[in-house]
Design a protein around this ligand. Sequence first.
Ligand SMILES: C[S@@+](CC[C@H](N)C(=O)[O-])C[C@H]1O[C@@H](n2cnc3c(N)ncnc32)[C@H](O)[C@@H]1O
Length: 400
Amino acid sequence: MPQESAQFVFMTCRAGAESAVKEEVAQVEPAWRLSFSRPGFLTFKNTGERPIDDRKLAERNWTFAHAHGISLGKLTGDSLEDLAAAVWRHEGLAAAVARGALADIHVWQRESSAATEAAEESLVTPLCREIETALRSAAPDSLDKLREVRTGRRRATARNAAVLDVVVLEPGEWWVGHHRAVRRHERWPGGAIPVRLPEHAVSRAYAKMEEAIQWSGLPLSAGDECVEIGCAPGGASQALLDRGLFVTGIDPADVDPAVLAHPRFRHLKKRGKDVRRKEFEGVRWLAADMNIAPEATLDEVEAIVAHPGVAIRGMVLTLKFADWHTARRLPELAARVRGWGYREVRMRQLVTGGQEVCLVALRRKALRRLRRKLNRKRKADRQEESRVDAPHSTLPGPHF
Ligand SMILES: C[S@@+](CC[C@H](N)C(=O)[O-])C[C@H]1O[C@@H](n2cnc3c(N)ncnc32)[C@H](O)[C@@H]1O
């Protein structure tokens, strides 16, 4: 992609999280200056001497940006067809167009209003689909593959492919950019991995757990034991059960009867700290989703993972914020988790998440397992998209 135009970066985020995005950028990239900001959308100008490389940019993990890429600026107009034609004439895309170097198009809408249940439903609205169709039909000859009519559900963009991005701020205001689809969420418009909320889900936390697993690539396997602290009413536990895991849910509140009836689920109706450590022996994965301060969540978790005889390989922790300023404390919180022996700690404000961050941590052994699994998977089918393990029937398990 053309480096001469690579002086601006765009980011999309949950509406309301803009200050957290700005703080994160200020800490990590002090040479990037805020250029433009609207709820759910920001651009930064690179004032440093080092040009931004789109591949390196794609490899970066931003906690609060759902999606990011190189920004080429905005286009405004009343006619969808005219705007689509103007995108392809954009000088910032000229080199890529000439080389036929764009493999996909992502069009999505910024999340413009404060968080609501509906806001997480979809960033790709019918208008976005219409715009994508107009862009595909107007694609230049060098990119004729983009013109192919697509039917059925969208597939993940090929790994490492260059993607044209159009973020729709208003129907007549499009921000154009591009990114490389290196990380899992970068293969989907707006970084929104399509997670389903099945009819049997008893809470939206089902989708949140699915997104966390798919984003992080945690090497969970059917038959593994998992504990979830703060499990009621049980949506996240259901997502784990549907992947064939054994789940012990810990929560003083009531769990939905449908979850209680599952043969691989058991409920300990207690607070995390009141559970005997013995219950965690043999447990491989720990999830926590409590409506308490992030430090209090880590206190509960530390009391478990620091206990001799407990060997949790990986964790999915929800860190809830009373306000976005708590984001300042995230580096400390991540360092605390690393201090327990977790070599890989990553955080992301999930598209399906609320005013919170998902922290995923893995021990070294689990990382090796993940790499082996990934290598096997790539060998088996290089074309395959991020896969969801099929639900498994009841398996015999040590605790049940
Ligand atoms: C957001 S809800 C959890 C949603 C749940 N993960 C699901 O999938 O439906 C938060 C839960 O944390 C529980 N909780 C708060 N403090 C807790 C503690 N110290 N130990 C265990 N559960 C706790 C609350 O009772 C509440 O049910």
